[in-house]
Write a protein that binds this ligand. Structure first.
Ligand code: SAH
Length: 244
């Protein structure tokens, strides 16, 4: 009899424990909530501040803009990782540190008109919109241009204009620009962009094909001073003609 009691107790314990394990599993699976704010703060400390981005306004903008809203749902939990991510159409959203570095190089004070070539997800445009007066951004792929335009509208940005077109030609009607940021790699600096840069304006652009240098151009009285900043890797600038 005692043995049967013992057996029963062991059985109850085993079954009870299994139920507990199942319950734990269910809890883990049923709570996909991710603390994006904490991930963003972690990104700021370990990637952005630690690598030397100091401009307070740039730091504030990157703390504010919710990067996970700019990536496809399946990648949201990786949005604050130290890497670029796919955004569809074989394109990528840039690594957070590169966004911070390129933005800081523009030295925005708040009153500028800025042009971005390569809207992609719209994330860089949102960061710029926090720091400048007006942002003009050009994307060559219609799906991405439309998606970014809608998202930026939904997020309430009123100082961003999105255009679908070839950024090699800039945005003549809105020129000159105090800052130009190119987020796809070009073999050389497009002449139209140099022409559309204001006196005293700054341009950041990855130059090269497979291997690229991030280059800063500063225009002073029609003279261009160029400085190479760091080696980078961007998707190439598309030069094909748009379908009619
Ligand atoms: N700044 C983006 C990342 C851009 S990836 C972000 O924050 O998400 C580079 C983008 O440049 C891609 O979306 C690509 O379609 C676009 N692009 C490539 N060639 C272009 C061109 N000639 N004119 C405008 N956009 C171009």
């Amino acid at each position: 009899m005692r043995q049967i009691y013992l057996l029963l107790i062991i059985l109850v314990l085993i079954i009870g424990n299994q139920k507990f394990v199942v319950a734990q599993g269910a809890v883990t699976q049923a709570s996909p909530s991710v603390d994006f704010k904490a991930l963003r703060e972690d990104m700021m400390r370990t990637q952005i501040e630690r690598r030397g981005i100091k401009d307070k306004k740039v730091l504030d903008a990157m703390r504010k803009v919710e990067r996970h809203k700019f990536v496809p749902l399946i990648y949201q939990r990786f949005a604050y990782d130290d890497a670029p991510l796919p955004i569809g159409e074989e394109q990528t959203i840039s690594q957070p540190y590169i966004v911070g570095l390129m933005t800081e190089l523009l030295q925005l004070k708040g009153n500028e008109k800025v042009l971005e070539i390569g809207t992609g997800s719209g994330y860089q445009a949102a960061i710029l919109a926090e720091l400048a007066k007006e942002v003009y951004t050009i994307e060559i792929l219609p799906e991405l241009a439309n998606r970014a335009e809608k998202l930026l509208q939904d997020l309430g940005y009123k100082n961003i204009k999105v255009k679908c077109g070839d950024g090699n030609f800039g945005w003549k009607e809105a020129a000159p620009f105090d800052g130009i940021i190119v987020t796809c790699a070009s073999g050389d600096v497009p002449q139209a962009l140099i022409a559309q840069l204001a006196d005293g304006g700054r341009m950041v652009i990855p130059i090269g094909t497979d291997y690229q240098e991030l280059r800063l151009l500063v225009k002073t009285k029609n003279k261009i001073e160029q400085t190479n900043i760091i080696p980078v890797r961007f998707v190439p600038m598309i030069k094909k003609k748009l379908k009619p």
